[in-house]
Design a protein around this ligand. Structure first.
Ligand code: ATP
Ligand code: MG
Ligand code: MG
Ligand code: MG
Length: 440
């Protein structure tokens, strides 16, 4: 992409109403535009990051054997009356009425609808286990929408639902989700720690939240510092293996880690030696639940078991805050100049800064780098505008691409360009081919 033809409405001023860094940077970098409280348009740069995160979520869900579907944003109220949540959900639910006076709602989550799909099509235990998921916009009329996309009212969420014959099988589904979530977050360059949490309106008391540590997080967290050293890394996991998934869950949940909802000071002191005790803030980027037959029983989602008798299926639901992650990644990876994108989610891989636009040699060198990066399967963003170098550097620092190649007539006389890492800030001069090799 050439910046002269792109739509990147960068703001010079720091927006006054944005309280946290990620919100400020997303506005300044022209990633989003607020349309109403907690409701945003995603401009090209933000949309690209959102799609990259979504893609990772899809890949990791399908690696774990989960099947993508797409349910609508608008749901009939009847389903929620069946489960008993229509009244219980309260003012966070946006209720609407159609022209025939039918009660509808903008879905805040999809347990009822997926249970309806299941009961309409599955009748035998032989069709289990089954996990369906979708990535779709949700609406929750939050009391205090704030921090940009972090707590929006309309937000993008992956929600998945497992259907299993019994509790043991549903626990495996739970453990499998935990593993796949860990891999998902790690691919985004994030450490998200599973913590014992509370069920809230989804229900169920077997649940973990995934938290990214950040001072601006809305949750208080208490944990054993040694948990920060555990990574899933590149180990191969067989998602069908009950023992392997259980093993990962045990490893990641053995040490004390709880949100303020479930924290217990006496337990904390018993479980964690003083030097390892940490009290901090965190951003909830996902949550997994096992709730058994909470929806299948009232809604009649049963299958014929091996003995011919009908049994309600055991279910769980599993959510990832796809749009919240854009903000959470920025909170975790930034400096005072702007964003520092992890490679896994960066909107472009490399920026090219032409110090003297219109200089035949500099222009040609930039074009050749552009072609070289593209040939490597990478996406460059070429700042080909007629602007001062300082402004170009500031924009690149703000939008946080992992690499920047700076091209100018002076360097080219010696056959070199400058390669800069956004993360370390280190620059090195080298021939253009070598820069390509480094990045590729
Ligand atoms: P929170 O405690 O932040 O209100 P939640 O526990 O109500 O979140 P869940 O029902 O667990 O949310 O939804 C799954 C995920 O969706 C959350 O872990 C979070 O990452 C994301 N999410 C929830 N509410 C919002 C929101 N208002 N804006 C953006 N993302 C959200
Ligand atoms: Mg909530
Ligand atoms: Mg929560
Ligand atoms: Mg939650």
């Amino acid at each position: 992409m050439r910046l002269s033809r792109y739509f990147l409405p960068v703001l010079k001023e720091t927006p006054a109403d944005a309280q946290i860094a990620s919100h400020r940077f997303m506005l300044r970098a022209g990633m989003i535009r607020q349309q109403a409280a907690g409701i945003y348009s995603w401009l090209p740069l933000g949309f690209k990051v959102l799609k990259r995160i979504e893609q990772i979520v899809h890949e990791e869900q399908q690696r774990a054997g989960h099947i993508p579907v797409l349910m609508p944003t608008i749901q009939p109220a009847d389903l929620w009356q069946e489960s008993g949540r229509y009244n219980a959900y309260g003012p966070e639910m946006l209720r609407v009425r159609d022209r025939h006076d039918r009660d509808m709602l903008f879905g805040p989550t999809n347990e009822e609808m997926i249970t309806d799909i299941f009961r309409g099509s599955v009748s035998s235990y032989k069709d289990l286990p089954l996990t369906l998921y979708h990535i779709q916009w949700k609406f929750r009329d939050e009391m205090r929408p704030r921090f940009g996309v972090m707590r929006g009212r309309e937000f993008y969420m992956k929600d998945g639902y497992n259907f299993d014959l019994d509790e043991a099988a549903a626990h495996h589904a739970y453990n499998r989700h935990l593993v796949s979530y860990l891999r998902t977050y790690e691919r985004m360059g994030l450490q998200a720690i599973p913590m014992k949490a509370e069920g809230g309106p989804i229900g169920g008391d077997y649940t973990h939240e995934f938290l990214v540590l950040a001072d601006t997080g809305e949750s208080g967290v208490f944990y054993d510092a040694r948990i920060e050293d555990i990574r899933l890394g590149s180990r191969e996991i067989d998602y069908d293996s009950v023992d392997q998934c259980r093993g990962v869950l045990d490893e990641f949940t053995e040490l004390y880690a709880r949100t303020d909802d479930t924290h217990d000071a006496a337990d904390f002191e018993d479980a964690v030696p003083e030097e390892h005790r940490r009290e901090a803030r965190g951003i909830e980027v996902g949550q997994i639940f096992y709730f058994g037959t909470k929806y299948s029983e009232p809604m009649g989602a049963t299958v014929q078991g091996p003995d011919g008798k009908p049994v309600p299926v055991h279910m769980g639901s599993h959510g990832i805050g796809v749009s919240r992650l854009v903000g959470a990644i920025i909170e975790a990876s930034r400096d005072d100049k702007g964003i520092i994108w992890p490679e896994g989610v960066t909107p472009f891989h490399c920026g090219i800064v032409n110090l003297k636009q219109g200089d035949a040699e500099a222009d040609a060198a930039c074009e050749s780098l552009y072609a070289g990066l593209t040939a490597l399967g990478l996406e460059p963003l070429y700042d080909d505008r007629n602007e001062r170098a300082g402004g170009k550097f500031a924009t690149m620092d703000l939008i946080g691409l992992p690499w920047r190649i700076t091209v100018g007539p002076r360097g080219l006389k010696n056959g070199v360009v400058e390669l800069t890492s956004r993360r370390t800030g280190e620059s090195e001069e080298m021939p253009p081919e070598q820069a390509l090799e480094r990045i590729g």
